[in-house]
Design a protein around this ligand. Sequence first.
Ligand code: NAD
Ligand code: UFG
Length: 350
Amino acid sequence: MAAKNILVTGGVGYIGSHTVLQLLQQGFRVVVIDNLINSSEVAIQRVVELAGDNGNNLSFHQIDLRDREALRKVFSFTKFDAVIHFAGLKAVGESVQKPLLYYNNNLIGTITLLEVMADHGCKNLVFSSSATVYGWPKQVPCTEEFSLSAANPYGRTKLVIEDICRDIQKTDSEWKIILLRYFNPVGAHPSGFIGEDPRGIPNNLMPFIQQVAVGRRPFLTVFGTDYNTKDGTGVRDYIHIEDLADGHIAALQKLIEDPSIGCEVYNLGTGKGTSVLEMVTAFEKASGKKIPLIMDGRRSGDAEIVYASMKKAERELNWRAKFGIDEMCRDQWNWASKNPWGYGSPDSQS
Ligand code: NAD
Ligand code: UFG
């Protein structure tokens, strides 16, 4: 059977680069488009190296998703079997400060992509949604049927895109769409060659802990110690990036093999909740480094406990996460200790 052609938008970013590597390793031909607004081309060079001979099956175009003509050109050269759509801006706080930037980039980018896909007869899509659409869940674990809400413009872009996907599939049954709601991706490829490299001050827990461990920041601020949880700190469902990438391959197989999929949504998590302090302890164990803490008040907009029900993905995608927090911290530390400044150098960071 001929190798399938997959277009990956945002494939240079954190989740994209790990997924592209797995796609290549499994024999897919991959075209990546990315405008590098939040990523470094070094990541894609390292993916090619890690993929060995299969690295020849990757091509990269530095283009913005909203550049319709450039996108058309990419589609005119290759007939894609499916698109995995990661490209988007993702910083919650920034989205509150610059809502139009987020609506413009995430919504117009996605609409342009969907229009060009339809024009070229490619109607198979996997989209990166987020557990953020569950807001502050009334109960846990979160199932895919929960009511949805958004607490900020970033979250609203995910809700709107999910709705757009359901709408287009309803009116045109040729569309096959899988919406993946990620919980909290952490860790890195076990080689320590690729990993997460946020620009500026990290918003998320693990990149922050990592930067404290390598000496780039003096302490971690713990946001909230009075939650109704085992130790008072917030609880999340952390998932190893390798498991998350693998979940995309499972979704792609489902899309390719199931003619009646329509538009389906799946959680990608582990189904387990871990507190901030538990994560700090696991990272200290993996790294042998002490993480100094400052206990502070709650961060505005944060939920208390969020973790996934994994029943639907296990049943229908035949997929489940393999790794626990010890492996997540081990691989995060391996990446951090080999690349304390990410893909850059001390001069290129704030
Ligand atoms: P990332 O920022 O590392 O990767 C996103 C990539 O998209 C970047 O390489 C960026 O340069 C590119 N991009 C952004 N706008 C673009 C545009 N207009 N045209 C072309 N490229 C563009 O983020 P990530 O963590 O890899 O996340 C990937 C997707 O998963 C995003 O849609 C994000 O919202 C979603 N998601 C991430 C998390 C998380 O915690 N990392 C959780 C839930 C959902
Ligand atoms: N936290 C700290 N200190 C920090 C950073 C985070 O104590 O410096 C705490 C938070 O308060 C929270 C937990 O660590 O209790 C996890 O916080 P993250 O920012 O890492 O993750 P969130 O679950 O708050 O949000 C992230 C993304 C969202 C996405 C969501 C689900 O930022 O965009 O995961 O995928 F929607």
